[in-house]
Write a protein that binds this ligand. Structure first.
Ligand code: ADP
Ligand code: MG
Length: 481
């Protein structure tokens, strides 16, 4: 129960309205710590309820009556910013706190106008937040609480400089909370530089997200992927399905292909205008079309209820992205299904994913032409309600593989994404850096598996020792040059 915490009736009531009766595990471990006023690093997987984990205590701590924002939340994408703002507004409903979102592609004059009127919590993407700070349209003086949401993704997207620039401009007397599913090097370096003796919360991310989900993969040559995708869709007839690609180009290609084949399908990636993306997400949530084809970044953190199928058209290049993708389905204990299309080149990546999630993904035979055709006349086995049947059958295209097999196959869509993790090498033999620090950093550097606790420990051990800090800076300069 939320009333176990020192939180006022207004927040408790708002949570009840939202249907939150029990705190999730991460909320249980985080709310009191934030109420107590400590910097905090939180490691927890997507979907664990991190927004309310910081939202509840922040809304509790903030009171109305000041013009400039008291809390600032940075998120990697506009979609997430909007989602976070929505949740914070809901939690702050009875306290009448105003949450406001700023992000690129949004009209900046409108934003400036709203900021002038006064906001209590500001949520935004790093670029736009920095823009407002530079223009002087966001006054940071009253900011006491800072949240870095999805920090790993934010830094992975190349926002490290902006994030640092923002943090530098905020009042020193503040609490900083860093939420991240993983703790790669850049995240730790931000924690190192901008946090004060952080406490940690770690929710083991073992196989919980994905072990309720039926996971399969098929082996496919690259040029056959689209044929198999088509067959899977014909067989599974999902009501809501996300197809993941590694690149925008691939998303566009798959969408064109599925449209040609008369599927109800939309694209979601970073090059599509914000307005359209928001609309697409809303329409998908309302089940106005069946298939969303998306990149990881665009789909990160989106919560779609009743998603019954995830297809990895490309194998994700980052293990955690597999969990993020597959974790979209089967939420709240509903079974879901995930299918990956794996080329010879991808096989090693798949093995690494299996190792990462601690589950063997079952190889199945590619769907046959006959199987896809059979589905046109459903056999007695599967029961469907009349309504469901009407819904699915009316809106699903006729299966036209003959035509498909004649269409020209586009190749070369699976370009490696340059933003994925790269190995950072430091030549220790030539380094004049302090050995202990170098060794510690190097030991930890290659693994995203380093824990929040370890990060906090390194910060505690080295941060306040000036000599070592300068070593750190040299090392950092080297690593990030
Ligand atoms: P994360 O940021 O960890 O990915 P979110 O904060 O977006 O997760 O929450 C995931 C989903 O769980 C959302 O749909 C949210 O509304 C829901 N949720 C969060 N906390 C609770 C709770 N205490 N009770 C019920 N549902 C919750
Ligand atoms: Mg989140």
């Amino acid at each position: 129960m939320f009333n176990q915490y020192e939180i006022g009736d207004e927040v408790v009531k708002a949570l009840a309205d939202m249907g939150y009766s029990q705190p999730t595990e991460v909320q249980e471990q985080t709310i009191e710590k934030i109420l107590a006023g400590k910097d905090l690093i939180v490691n927890a997987k997507t979907g664990s309820g991190k927004t309310a984990a910081f939202g509840v205590p922040l809304i509790e701590k903030i009171s109305k009556g000041e013009k400039n924002p008291r809390a600032l939340v940075m998120t990697p994408t506009r979609e997430l910013a909007i989602q976070v703002a929505k949740e914070l507004s809901a939690i702050g409903k009875y306290k009448k706190l105003k949450s406001y979102t700023v992000y690129g592609q949004h009209n900046i004059d409108v934003e400036i106008g709203e900021l002038k009127k006064g906001v209590d919590l500001i949520i935004g993407t790093p670029g736009r937040l920095l823009d407002h700070l530079k223009r002087g349209t966001l006054n940071p003086q009253a900011i006491k609480y800072v949240v870095l949401d999805e920090a790993d993704r934010m830094l992975d997207m190349g926002f490290i400089d902006q994030v640092s620039d923002i943090l530098k401009q905020l009042p020193k007397q503040r609490d900083t909370y860093l939420f991240s599913a993983t703790m790669p090097f850049e995240v730790r370096s931000i924690a190192w530089e901008y946090m004060q003796e952080p406490d940690t919360v770690e929710i083991s991310s073992d196989t919980m997200t994905v072990d309720l989900i039926e996971q399969q993969y098929i082996r496919s040559e690259r040029h056959k992927k689209r044929v198999y995708l088509d067959r899977f869709l014909a067989i599974e007839k999902p009501n809501a399905c996300i197809v993941f690609c590694n690149t925008r180009r691939c998303v566009d290609m798959v969408v064109d292909f599925l449209k040609q084949n008369k599927y109800s399908v939309e694209a979601l990636h970073g090059a599509i205008s914000q307005a359209r993306r928001t609309k697409t997400i809303e329409r998908f949530k309302k089940a106005q079309f069946h298939i969303l084809v998306a990149t990881d970044v665009a789909a990160r953190g989106l919560h779609i209820d009743n998603l019954d199928l995830v297809i990895n058209y490309d194998v994700p290049l980052d293990n955690d992205n597999y969990v993020h993708r597959v974790g979209r389905t089967g939420r709240a204990g509903n079974g879901g299904k995930a299918i990956s299309l794996v080329t010879g080149e991808d096989l090693m990546t798949l093995y690494e994913i299996e190792e990462h999630i601690g589950v063997l993904i079952k190889e199945v035979d590619p769907p046959s032409y006959a199987a896809a055709h059979h589905q046109k006349k459903p056999k007695g086995g599967k029961k469907q309600t009349q309504q469901n049947k009407a819904n699915t059958e009316a809106s699903w295209p006729k299966f036209e593989e003959e035509k498909l097999l004649k269409t020209k196959v586009l190749r070369g869509s699976a370009r490696k994404d340059s933003s994925s993790h790269q190995e950072i090498k430091v030549d220790t033999s030539k380094s004049k850096l302090n050995d202990t620090v170098t060794k510690t950093v190097l030991e930890q550097n290659d693994s995203n598996k380093m824990s929040a606790a370890k990060t906090a420990e390194i910060i505690a051990n080295y941060k306040n020792k000036p000599v070592k800090q300068s070593f750190w800076q040299k090392l950092k300069a080297k690593l990030f040059k």
